[in-house]
Ligand binder design. Structure first.
Ligand SMILES: Cc1cc2nc3c(=O)[nH]c(=O)nc-3n(C[C@H](O)[C@H](O)[C@H](O)COP(=O)(O)O)c2cc1C
Length: 302
C-alpha cells in the first residue's frame, strides 16, 4: 500500500491512485492498480473504487465497487471490499498466473454485440402493432431514409428488458449487471444522431415498457459520467392521447425530457396529438404526416 505522499492524480484529478504495485511472476510482471474517484458532484457521497490488473497496456482484470452499494448498517464497506479483492487477486496471481488470466478471459468485461447502430433511432412504445404510434414511427423512419440516413424503429413490446433494480453497480463499470435487450438499445442510443420517442399516453405517462427503458438508461448515464459524452444528439417526441386537451401530455413531456436530459440528448421538438383512440386513425388527420416528416428533417439539419 502506498502512503499519502505517493498518491498521484490521474486524468486531471478524476482518479486518485490508492495502491500501485508490481506483481512479479516467473513469466512477467503485472501491475495492480487501485484507484478512487469522487462522483459526489453527480451523487452526494458516492465514491467509486476501481481495481485493475494490467499486463503492459492490456487490462487483464477489472473490479469496481462504490459507496452506494452498502447501507450504513452494513458491516462491510466499499473501501474494505476493494482492498480485500486486491489482496485476493495478488495471492491468486502469484500462485497461478495462467489460471488467473484464463478465469478473467472467460468472464470478459463486456461484449460489442451485433445490434445495428442507425443514425436515426425510433423507440416505439405502443404495444399496438398497427396503432397510431406505429404509423408515426413508420413516417419518421421513411423521412430519415429519404434524407439519406440509416434509420431503425425498435418496437419495445417485442423485447425482453428487466426493470432497473437500483443496485448502482452501473457506476462501477459503466454497464448494467443485466445482459438483455437493453444492451443493444444503449449501443444504438450511443451512436444515433437523432433519437425519436413515439408513445401513447398511458395513465397520464408512458407505457411501462418505455418507462423501463428510460430507467435502464441509468447505466448509459453512468457510462457518460465515467467516460464523458458528446452533446450532438437531438431528440424528438411524437405522442398520442385518447382524451381531448393538451394537459393530457403534461406528464409525458416531462418524463421524456428527463430521459433525454439524463443521457445528454437535446430535446428538439414535439408533435402531440390528442383526442385519438382508434387504432391507426392518425392517418385520417390532415397535415400530421407532413408535421412528422418536417420535424425529422429539421432535427437532422440542426
Ligand atoms: C392502458 C391505457 C391507458 C391509457 N391512458 C390514457 C390516459 O391516461 N390519457 C389519455 O388521454 N389516453 C389514454 N389512453 C388512450 C391512448 O393514449 C390512445 O388510445 C392512443 O391512441 C393509443 O396509441 P396507439 O394507437 O399508438 O397504441 C390509454 C390507453 C390504454 C390502453
Amino acid at each position: 500500500m502506498v502512503g499519502d505522499d505517493d498518491c498521484l492524480l490521474m486524468k486531471a484529478g478524476e482518479d486518485k491512485i490508492l495502491q500501485r504495485k508490481e506483481i512479479k511472476t516467473p513469466d512477467r510482471t503485472f501491475l495492480l492498480l487501485l484507484t478512487e474517484r469522487d462522483l459526489g458532484a453527480q451523487y452526494p457521497g458516492m465514491i467509486l473504487y476501481s481495481l485493475r490488473i494490467l499486463s503492459g497496456d492490456t487490462e487483464i482484470a477489472l473490479f469496481a465497487t462504490n459507496t452506494y452499494e452498502y447501507p450504513p448498517s452494513s458491516p462491510i464497506h466499499a473501501r474494505g471490499v476493494v482492498q480485500a479483492k486486491a489482496d485476493e487477486w495478488e495471492r491468486e496471481l502469484l500462485s497461478n498466473p495462467p489460471e488467473f488470466q484464463a478465469w478473467h478471459e472467460i468472464r470478459g468485461i463486456g461484449s460489442s454485440g451485433e445490434t445495428p447502430t442507425p443514425e436515426v433511432l425510433v423507440l416505439q412504445g405502443s404495444p399496438r402493432p398497427a396503432g397510431n404510434c406505429s404509423v408515426m414511427a413508420g413516417w419518421a423512419r421513411d423521412a430519415a431514409e429519404r434524407a439519406g440516413k440509416t434509420a431503425e424503429v425498435i418496437y419495445l413490446d417485442d423485447l425482453t428488458i428487466r426493470a432497473c433494480i437500483g443496485c448502482y453497480q452501473c457506476y462501477n463499470t459503466g454497464t448494467c449487471i443485466f445482459e438483455d435487450d437493453m444492451t443493444g438499445i444503449i449501443r444504438a442510443l450511443s451512436a444515433a444522431r437523432v433519437v425519436i420517442v413515439c408513445t401513447p399516453v398511458y395513465t397520464n405517462t408512458v407505457p411501462g415498457s418505455l418507462k423501463i427503458v428510460f430507467d435502464r438508461c441509468q447505466a448509459y448515464h453512468a457510462h457518460q459520467v465515467r467516460n464523458g459524452h458528446s452533446q450532438g444528439t437531438k431528440g424528438l417526441l411524437f405522442s398520442v392521447a385518447g382524451r381531448k386537451g393538451r394537459e393530457n401530455f403534461s406528464c409525458i413531456t416531462r418524463v421524456v425530457e428527463a430521459f433525454m436530459e439524463n443521457i445528454h440528448i437535446k430535446p428538439s421538438g414535439n408533435v402531440l396529438i390528442d383526442d385519438l383512440d382508434r387504432r391507426g386513425y392518425i392517418r385520417t388527420i390532415p397535415g400530421i404526416e407532413v408535421q412528422i416528416r418536417e420535424a425529422v428533417e429539421s432535427a437532422l439539419s440542426l
